[in-house]
Design a protein around this ligand. Structure first.
Ligand code: C2O
Ligand code: CU
Length: 465
């Protein structure tokens, strides 16, 4: 898979003057934060929202004066945002207009196995598939992306990523910010060729690392914020890079949610880690800032190697009366898990004989083998054991888990809610407790460092009645 080949307009790409301006990394804060378009349903009959999406090539304006060829849902990067409502099912009709197999995984969703986007369930070029999403779980920041086996590192890198915001009543009771004050932020590191196209170099050990930070498809953008409360939803859609996000002067953020929705209580944070595929939602109260204040969001992870400036918030005057509120105390009660009835130890390791393969419990992905079987409604302890020198963000499809223990120290309160991906650090053991609900069937679990997942770091779980 070489990457998108759609023709760019000669006028933009051949200008020598533009080329002269090309230098990487690029000037931060030069562009306003783009907001992905919201997808409108084509029908809302019988209480079901039906959406129509074309998976196709497109051109994105990422660098000034250049068009970057992408693969995109509806031909845009990031793909359109779907806003769904708990209790109201959605059908997303995906048309594959690419020249190769594709499929769609709703990451973090309680989704029946046949609609989960298992790596072997693909949509052939020219074909379509109706993904049915029951939307029965609590509000959460989900996302959707390609999951065809063996090439997600490239398809996600080239743009097949979108956000799916599942809302519910609880958020309204809590008076959390809504609409334009509720902002998904898709973070990804990229690199560029001289013609403005995405540069990709495979590195199956370290994973791809880019030198340029994109937020919603713009290089370290600026976002005008009113003196109000904002709900910012961070998604790490990078291939392999982990972030440690911090506001200038370590100003406080109030974490309200993790992968699987609201925490039991908000957690004040001056910085937080975000590993590939993880989501963290924070509230930032800009009311105390003077108009004209500029607050930079930085990546202070030790292995930076990319622009340190992720984006900037520029405080402006304006905005009506504040309708949102900073929550205090309890936001929800997390369901109590059944006592675990088994413990599995999953060693994470690299096999280098006869080609590179990443393994879980000394095995690589085999779609014809079930690696663990469980009963619907039960739970287990899964210990990720990482003797390697890489971070492995371990993800389970179709269900959620709780982080029980980290050998490196305590589990942070911001990580005690529902999760579907957990960053297992080099040399660390992390124990999680998945709850095998709500559907039976075959699901995968894998490393979300995409080059690792593509190189077989993936096993299969079967849930039976
Ligand atoms: Cu977001 Cu199987 O992945
Ligand atoms: Cu990995």
């Amino acid at each position: 898979l070489k990457g998108p080949s759609v023709q760019t307009s000669a006028k933009l790409q051949t200008s020598a003057a533009r080329r002269a301006q090309f230098s990487s990394p690029f000037t931060p804060f030069a562009r306003d934060l783009p907001i992905a378009p919201e997808l409108a349903p084509v029908s809302g009959k019988n209480g079901v929202d039906v959406y129509d999406v074309d998976i196709k090539e497109g051109l994105a304006e990422i660098l000034p004066g250049f068009e970057t060829p992408i693969y995109g849902y509806e031909g845009v990067y990031p793909g359109p945002t779907i806003r769904a409502r708990k209790g109201r099912p959605a059908i997303v009709r995906q048309h594959n207009q690419l020249t190769f197999d594709s499929n769609v995984h709703l990451h973090g969703g309680y989704v029946p196995a046949a609609h989960d986007g298992h790596p072997m369930d693909v949509i052939a070029p020219g074909a379509s598939f109706d993904y049915t999403y029951p939307n029965e779980q609590d509000a959460a920041f989900l996302w959707y992306h390609d999951h065809a086996h063996g090439r997600t590192a490239r398809t996600l890198y080239y743009g097949l990523v979108g956000t799916y915001l599942l809302h519910d009543e609880r958020e309204e009771e809590l008076e959390l910010p809504q609409g334009e004050y509720d902002v998904p932020l898709v973070l990804a590191d990229h690199a560029f060729n001289k013609d403005g196209s995405f540069r990709y170099a495979e590195n199956v050990d370290l994973g791809f690392r880019g030198d340029t930070m994109l937020v919603n498809g713009a290089v370290s953008p600026r976002m005008a914020v009113q003196r109000r409360i904002y709900r910012l939803r961070f998604l790490n859609a990078s291939n392999a890079r982990s972030y440690e996000l911090r506001l200038g002067n370590s100003r406080q953020m109030l974490q309200i949610a993790s992968d699987g929705g609201l925490l039991e209580a908000p957690v004040a944070r001056s910085s937080f880690p975000l590993h590939p595929a993880e989501r963290i939602e924070v509230l930032i109260d800009f009311r105390s800032f003077k108009p004209g204040s500029e607050i930079v969001l930085q990546n202070v992870a030790a292995d930076a190697g990319t622009t340190k400036s992720v984006m900037r918030f520029d405080v402006v005057d304006g905005g009506g009366a504040e309708e949102a509120r900073m929550p205090r105390g309890r936001m929800r009660t997390l369901e109590k898990l059944p006592a675990p009835n088994a413990t599995h130890r999953w060693d994470l390791s690299l096999l280098t004989q006869g080609g590179v393969q990443w393994q879980i419990a000394n095995r690589g992905f085999d779609p014809n083998r079930i690696d663990v079987s469980t009963r619907l409604g039960t739970s287990e302890l899964w210990q990720w054991h990482n003797p390697s020198n890489r971070v492995h963000p371990m993800h389970l499809h179709g269900m959620l888990y709780r982080v029980v223990e980290r050998s490196s120290g305590v589990v942070h309160p911001g990580e005690r809610g529902w999760k579907d991906t957990v960053g297992v650090l080099p040399g660390e053991d992390v124990t999680v407790q998945p709850w095998f609900v709500p559907y039976e069937g075959r699901y995968v679990f894998h490393c979300h460092s995409l080059e690792h997942g593509d190189k077989a770091m993936m096993l299969q779980l079967e849930v039976t009645k």
